[in-house]
Design a protein around this ligand. Structure first.
Ligand code: HEC
Ligand code: HEC
Length: 245
Protein backbone atom coordinates (compact mmCIF):
# COMPACT_ATOMS: atom_id res chain seq x y z
CA UNK A 1 0.00 0.00 0.00
CA UNK A 2 2.79 2.34 0.94
CA UNK A 3 4.55 1.55 -2.30
CA UNK A 4 1.41 2.30 -4.27
CA UNK A 5 1.05 5.67 -2.58
CA UNK A 6 4.67 6.41 -3.39
CA UNK A 7 4.04 5.48 -7.02
CA UNK A 8 0.98 7.76 -7.17
CA UNK A 9 2.98 10.59 -5.65
CA UNK A 10 5.78 10.01 -8.12
CA UNK A 11 3.43 10.07 -11.11
CA UNK A 12 1.89 13.28 -9.76
CA UNK A 13 5.34 14.75 -9.46
CA UNK A 14 6.72 13.90 -12.88
CA UNK A 15 3.55 14.64 -14.91
CA UNK A 16 4.31 18.06 -16.39
CA UNK A 17 1.77 20.78 -15.59
CA UNK A 18 -0.09 21.73 -18.77
CA UNK A 19 1.47 24.98 -19.90
CA UNK A 20 -1.04 27.65 -20.83
CA UNK A 21 -3.97 25.28 -20.31
CA UNK A 22 -7.36 26.64 -19.26
CA UNK A 23 -7.01 25.05 -15.84
CA UNK A 24 -4.01 27.23 -15.16
CA UNK A 25 -5.94 30.33 -16.06
CA UNK A 26 -8.91 29.43 -13.87
CA UNK A 27 -6.54 28.99 -10.93
CA UNK A 28 -5.09 32.44 -11.54
CA UNK A 29 -8.63 33.85 -11.71
CA UNK A 30 -9.65 32.21 -8.44
CA UNK A 31 -6.46 33.00 -6.55
CA UNK A 32 -5.59 36.46 -7.79
CA UNK A 33 -8.66 38.09 -9.32
CA UNK A 34 -11.79 36.88 -7.49
CA UNK A 35 -11.21 39.05 -4.44
CA UNK A 36 -11.98 42.15 -6.54
CA UNK A 37 -13.89 40.89 -9.59
CA UNK A 38 -17.22 39.02 -9.66
CA UNK A 39 -16.59 35.84 -11.67
CA UNK A 40 -19.97 34.19 -11.08
CA UNK A 41 -22.68 36.87 -11.22
CA UNK A 42 -25.35 38.08 -11.12
CA UNK A 43 -24.65 41.82 -11.53
CA UNK A 44 -25.69 44.11 -8.64
CA UNK A 45 -29.48 44.05 -8.28
CA UNK A 46 -29.78 47.11 -6.02
CA UNK A 47 -28.29 50.60 -6.18
CA UNK A 48 -26.55 50.01 -2.85
CA UNK A 49 -24.81 46.92 -4.27
CA UNK A 50 -23.89 48.83 -7.43
CA UNK A 51 -22.11 51.49 -5.38
CA UNK A 52 -20.26 48.83 -3.43
CA UNK A 53 -18.75 47.41 -6.62
CA UNK A 54 -15.10 48.38 -6.90
CA UNK A 55 -14.09 46.42 -10.01
CA UNK A 56 -15.90 45.54 -13.24
CA UNK A 57 -17.84 42.27 -13.41
CA UNK A 58 -16.02 39.56 -15.35
CA UNK A 59 -18.59 36.75 -15.27
CA UNK A 60 -19.60 37.43 -18.88
CA UNK A 61 -16.06 38.22 -20.07
CA UNK A 62 -16.26 35.60 -22.85
CA UNK A 63 -19.20 37.42 -24.42
CA UNK A 64 -17.70 40.87 -23.91
CA UNK A 65 -14.00 41.12 -24.65
CA UNK A 66 -11.82 40.50 -27.65
CA UNK A 67 -9.23 37.94 -26.58
CA UNK A 68 -6.28 39.78 -28.19
CA UNK A 69 -7.07 42.87 -26.15
CA UNK A 70 -7.26 40.87 -22.91
CA UNK A 71 -3.86 39.27 -23.50
CA UNK A 72 -2.29 42.67 -24.13
CA UNK A 73 -4.09 44.53 -21.34
CA UNK A 74 -3.40 41.90 -18.68
CA UNK A 75 0.31 42.41 -19.26
CA UNK A 76 0.07 46.18 -19.35
CA UNK A 77 -3.10 47.36 -17.61
CA UNK A 78 -4.17 50.97 -18.09
CA UNK A 79 -7.29 52.81 -17.03
CA UNK A 80 -10.43 52.15 -19.09
CA UNK A 81 -12.80 54.29 -17.01
CA UNK A 82 -11.43 57.84 -16.77
CA UNK A 83 -13.17 58.41 -13.43
CA UNK A 84 -12.71 54.91 -12.03
CA UNK A 85 -15.36 52.24 -11.57
CA UNK A 86 -17.28 54.39 -9.11
CA UNK A 87 -17.56 57.81 -10.69
CA UNK A 88 -19.49 59.45 -7.84
CA UNK A 89 -16.36 59.22 -5.72
CA UNK A 90 -14.28 61.20 -8.21
CA UNK A 91 -16.38 63.48 -10.41
CA UNK A 92 -18.92 66.25 -10.24
CA UNK A 93 -20.96 68.25 -12.74
CA UNK A 94 -19.08 71.23 -14.14
CA UNK A 95 -20.30 74.54 -12.75
CA UNK A 96 -22.13 76.53 -15.44
CA UNK A 97 -20.74 80.02 -15.19
CA UNK A 98 -22.63 81.79 -17.94
CA UNK A 99 -25.03 81.16 -20.77
CA UNK A 100 -22.23 80.68 -23.28
CA UNK A 101 -20.84 77.78 -21.31
CA UNK A 102 -24.20 76.08 -21.03
CA UNK A 103 -23.51 73.41 -23.61
CA UNK A 104 -20.16 72.62 -22.03
CA UNK A 105 -21.53 71.40 -18.75
CA UNK A 106 -20.53 67.80 -18.86
CA UNK A 107 -18.70 66.17 -15.99
CA UNK A 108 -15.33 67.27 -14.63
CA UNK A 109 -12.87 65.36 -12.50
CA UNK A 110 -12.23 66.49 -8.94
CA UNK A 111 -8.61 66.46 -10.05
CA UNK A 112 -6.19 64.98 -7.59
CA UNK A 113 -8.66 62.41 -6.27
CA UNK A 114 -8.06 59.83 -8.95
CA UNK A 115 -4.67 58.16 -8.88
CA UNK A 116 -3.18 56.23 -11.81
CA UNK A 117 -4.58 52.71 -12.05
CA UNK A 118 -2.70 50.23 -9.93
CA UNK A 119 -3.55 46.82 -11.32
CA UNK A 120 -1.53 43.65 -11.08
CA UNK A 121 0.05 42.67 -14.37
CA UNK A 122 0.65 39.16 -15.67
CA UNK A 123 3.55 37.55 -17.48
CA UNK A 124 2.92 36.66 -21.17
CA UNK A 125 2.14 32.94 -20.56
CA UNK A 126 -0.10 33.78 -17.57
CA UNK A 127 -1.91 36.41 -19.60
CA UNK A 128 -2.60 33.90 -22.40
CA UNK A 129 -3.91 31.28 -19.94
CA UNK A 130 -6.00 33.80 -18.01
CA UNK A 131 -7.46 35.21 -21.24
CA UNK A 132 -8.49 31.66 -22.19
CA UNK A 133 -10.18 31.18 -18.82
CA UNK A 134 -11.93 34.55 -19.14
CA UNK A 135 -13.15 33.67 -22.63
CA UNK A 136 -14.81 30.60 -21.07
CA UNK A 137 -16.99 32.78 -18.80
CA UNK A 138 -20.03 32.87 -21.02
CA UNK A 139 -22.98 34.20 -19.03
CA UNK A 140 -25.65 36.04 -21.07
CA UNK A 141 -24.97 34.18 -24.33
CA UNK A 142 -28.69 34.64 -25.03
CA UNK A 143 -28.21 38.42 -25.17
CA UNK A 144 -25.59 38.27 -27.93
CA UNK A 145 -27.02 35.33 -29.86
CA UNK A 146 -29.10 37.36 -32.32
CA UNK A 147 -26.67 40.28 -32.58
CA UNK A 148 -24.84 40.61 -35.84
CA UNK A 149 -22.83 43.58 -37.04
CA UNK A 150 -24.00 44.81 -40.45
CA UNK A 151 -20.88 46.09 -42.14
CA UNK A 152 -22.98 47.67 -44.88
CA UNK A 153 -24.16 50.22 -42.33
CA UNK A 154 -20.79 51.95 -42.28
CA UNK A 155 -20.50 55.67 -41.57
CA UNK A 156 -17.51 57.98 -41.74
CA UNK A 157 -16.14 59.48 -38.53
CA UNK A 158 -18.01 62.78 -38.97
CA UNK A 159 -21.42 61.22 -39.42
CA UNK A 160 -20.78 58.73 -36.65
CA UNK A 161 -19.84 61.53 -34.31
CA UNK A 162 -23.03 63.46 -35.06
CA UNK A 163 -25.06 60.41 -34.08
CA UNK A 164 -22.95 59.83 -30.99
CA UNK A 165 -22.74 63.45 -29.80
CA UNK A 166 -25.87 65.16 -30.97
CA UNK A 167 -28.58 62.65 -31.78
CA UNK A 168 -28.12 60.35 -28.79
CA UNK A 169 -26.01 62.38 -26.37
CA UNK A 170 -23.59 59.55 -25.65
CA UNK A 171 -20.73 62.06 -25.42
CA UNK A 172 -22.05 63.39 -22.12
CA UNK A 173 -20.85 60.18 -20.45
CA UNK A 174 -18.22 58.73 -22.77
CA UNK A 175 -14.92 59.99 -24.22
CA UNK A 176 -14.26 59.64 -27.94
CA UNK A 177 -10.74 61.03 -27.67
CA UNK A 178 -8.46 61.09 -24.62
CA UNK A 179 -9.79 63.95 -22.47
CA UNK A 180 -12.78 64.75 -24.72
CA UNK A 181 -16.24 63.75 -23.51
CA UNK A 182 -17.84 62.75 -20.22
CA UNK A 183 -16.32 60.73 -17.40
CA UNK A 184 -19.22 58.62 -16.21
CA UNK A 185 -18.73 55.66 -18.53
CA UNK A 186 -15.74 53.88 -20.00
CA UNK A 187 -13.60 55.45 -22.73
CA UNK A 188 -15.02 54.47 -26.09
CA UNK A 189 -12.17 55.41 -28.44
CA UNK A 190 -10.73 52.00 -27.57
CA UNK A 191 -14.07 50.13 -27.54
CA UNK A 192 -13.57 48.62 -31.00
CA UNK A 193 -10.31 47.03 -29.85
CA UNK A 194 -11.60 45.92 -26.46
CA UNK A 195 -15.11 44.68 -27.14
CA UNK A 196 -16.87 42.19 -29.38
CA UNK A 197 -19.23 43.83 -31.90
CA UNK A 198 -22.17 41.69 -30.74
CA UNK A 199 -21.61 42.82 -27.16
CA UNK A 200 -21.57 46.48 -28.16
CA UNK A 201 -24.80 46.07 -30.15
CA UNK A 202 -26.53 44.32 -27.28
CA UNK A 203 -25.20 46.63 -24.54
CA UNK A 204 -26.07 49.85 -26.37
CA UNK A 205 -29.51 48.50 -27.21
CA UNK A 206 -30.36 47.61 -23.64
CA UNK A 207 -27.56 48.13 -21.08
CA UNK A 208 -29.81 47.12 -18.21
CA UNK A 209 -30.06 43.59 -19.56
CA UNK A 210 -26.37 43.29 -18.63
CA UNK A 211 -26.25 45.47 -15.57
CA UNK A 212 -29.74 46.18 -14.20
CA UNK A 213 -28.84 49.24 -12.12
CA UNK A 214 -26.20 50.84 -14.36
CA UNK A 215 -26.53 54.58 -15.09
CA UNK A 216 -26.51 54.18 -18.84
CA UNK A 217 -30.06 54.77 -20.10
CA UNK A 218 -31.90 52.28 -22.28
CA UNK A 219 -31.62 54.78 -25.10
CA UNK A 220 -34.14 53.51 -27.64
CA UNK A 221 -31.50 53.71 -30.33
CA UNK A 222 -33.09 52.91 -33.71
CA UNK A 223 -31.88 49.61 -35.21
CA UNK A 224 -30.18 51.36 -38.15
CA UNK A 225 -28.44 53.88 -35.90
CA UNK A 226 -27.35 51.09 -33.54
CA UNK A 227 -25.50 49.46 -36.43
CA UNK A 228 -24.01 52.79 -37.51
CA UNK A 229 -22.82 53.66 -34.00
CA UNK A 230 -21.03 50.33 -33.54
CA UNK A 231 -19.43 50.61 -37.00
CA UNK A 232 -18.38 54.14 -35.98
CA UNK A 233 -16.81 52.92 -32.71
CA UNK A 234 -14.85 50.26 -34.59
CA UNK A 235 -13.62 52.86 -37.08
CA UNK A 236 -12.79 55.28 -34.27
CA UNK A 237 -10.58 52.78 -32.48
CA UNK A 238 -8.36 52.54 -35.54
CA UNK A 239 -7.29 56.17 -35.08
CA UNK A 240 -3.83 56.74 -33.63
CA UNK A 241 -4.49 58.97 -30.62
CA UNK A 242 -0.87 59.02 -29.53
CA UNK A 243 0.12 60.78 -32.74
CA UNK A 244 -1.64 63.96 -31.62
CA UNK A 245 0.23 64.18 -28.30
C1 HEC B 1 -7.33 45.04 -6.15
C2 HEC B 1 -8.45 44.76 -7.01
C3 HEC B 1 -8.23 44.04 -8.33
C4 HEC B 1 -7.61 42.82 -8.54
C5 HEC B 1 -6.96 41.90 -7.51
C6 HEC B 1 -7.72 42.56 -9.95
N1 HEC B 1 -8.39 43.59 -10.58
FE1 HEC B 1 -8.88 43.68 -12.54
N2 HEC B 1 -9.61 45.56 -12.30
C7 HEC B 1 -9.70 46.22 -11.09
C8 HEC B 1 -10.22 47.56 -11.33
C9 HEC B 1 -10.50 48.63 -10.27
C10 HEC B 1 -10.45 47.67 -12.73
C11 HEC B 1 -11.03 48.86 -13.50
C12 HEC B 1 -9.98 49.64 -14.24
C13 HEC B 1 -10.59 50.74 -15.08
O1 HEC B 1 -11.71 50.60 -15.57
O2 HEC B 1 -9.96 51.76 -15.30
C14 HEC B 1 -10.05 46.38 -13.29
C15 HEC B 1 -10.17 46.08 -14.64
C16 HEC B 1 -9.96 44.82 -15.17
C17 HEC B 1 -10.25 44.46 -16.54
C18 HEC B 1 -10.90 45.35 -17.59
C19 HEC B 1 -12.38 45.13 -17.41
C20 HEC B 1 -13.31 46.06 -18.10
O3 HEC B 1 -14.52 45.78 -18.06
O4 HEC B 1 -12.90 47.07 -18.65
C21 HEC B 1 -9.90 43.13 -16.68
C22 HEC B 1 -10.03 42.29 -17.92
C23 HEC B 1 -9.36 42.71 -15.41
N3 HEC B 1 -9.41 43.76 -14.52
C24 HEC B 1 -8.89 41.43 -15.15
C25 HEC B 1 -8.28 41.05 -13.95
C26 HEC B 1 -7.65 39.77 -13.76
C27 HEC B 1 -7.58 38.67 -14.80
C28 HEC B 1 -7.15 39.77 -12.48
C29 HEC B 1 -6.37 38.70 -11.81
C30 HEC B 1 -5.19 38.22 -12.49
C31 HEC B 1 -7.52 41.05 -11.88
N4 HEC B 1 -8.19 41.80 -12.81
C32 HEC B 1 -7.24 41.42 -10.56
C33 HEC B 1 -9.36 45.71 -9.85
C34 HEC B 1 -8.70 44.53 -9.63
C1 HEC C 1 -25.69 58.65 -18.30
C2 HEC C 1 -24.41 58.22 -18.81
C3 HEC C 1 -24.35 57.41 -20.08
C4 HEC C 1 -24.87 57.69 -21.32
C5 HEC C 1 -25.72 58.90 -21.72
C6 HEC C 1 -24.44 56.63 -22.19
N1 HEC C 1 -23.66 55.73 -21.51
FE1 HEC C 1 -22.76 54.10 -22.31
N2 HEC C 1 -22.17 53.52 -20.44
C7 HEC C 1 -22.37 54.26 -19.29
C8 HEC C 1 -21.89 53.48 -18.17
C9 HEC C 1 -21.91 53.92 -16.73
C10 HEC C 1 -21.41 52.24 -18.70
C11 HEC C 1 -20.83 51.06 -17.94
C12 HEC C 1 -19.37 51.19 -17.85
C13 HEC C 1 -18.80 50.09 -16.98
O1 HEC C 1 -18.92 48.91 -17.35
O2 HEC C 1 -18.27 50.42 -15.95
C14 HEC C 1 -21.60 52.33 -20.14
C15 HEC C 1 -21.19 51.33 -21.01
C16 HEC C 1 -21.22 51.45 -22.39
C17 HEC C 1 -20.64 50.50 -23.30
C18 HEC C 1 -19.86 49.26 -22.91
C19 HEC C 1 -18.48 49.79 -22.65
C20 HEC C 1 -17.53 48.93 -21.92
O3 HEC C 1 -16.37 49.34 -21.83
O4 HEC C 1 -17.91 47.87 -21.42
C21 HEC C 1 -20.84 50.99 -24.57
C22 HEC C 1 -20.37 50.37 -25.88
C23 HEC C 1 -21.60 52.23 -24.43
N3 HEC C 1 -21.81 52.47 -23.09
C24 HEC C 1 -22.02 53.02 -25.49
C25 HEC C 1 -22.90 54.09 -25.33
C26 HEC C 1 -23.58 54.74 -26.44
C27 HEC C 1 -23.39 54.40 -27.90
C28 HEC C 1 -24.37 55.71 -25.89
C29 HEC C 1 -25.35 56.61 -26.61
C30 HEC C 1 -26.39 55.91 -27.35
C31 HEC C 1 -24.16 55.68 -24.44
N4 HEC C 1 -23.28 54.69 -24.15
C32 HEC C 1 -24.77 56.56 -23.53
C33 HEC C 1 -22.93 55.52 -19.19
C34 HEC C 1 -23.60 56.16 -20.22
Amino acid sequence: MKRLLFLVALIGFVTPAPVGAGENGSKILQNRCAKCHDLTGPAPQTIRKLWERDAPDLFYAGNKFRREWLVEWLQKPVRVRPAGVNYLRTINSAPVRDAEEKDKNYDVLYGAVLRPLKHLSLKPAEAEATADALMDLKAHSDLVAGMQLDRNKKVDLDRGEVLFDKVYGCLSCHQIEPGFGGYTGSELYTAGRRLQPAFMLSYIKRPKNWDPKIWMPNGNVKPDDLQKIVNYLILLSKEDFNAAN
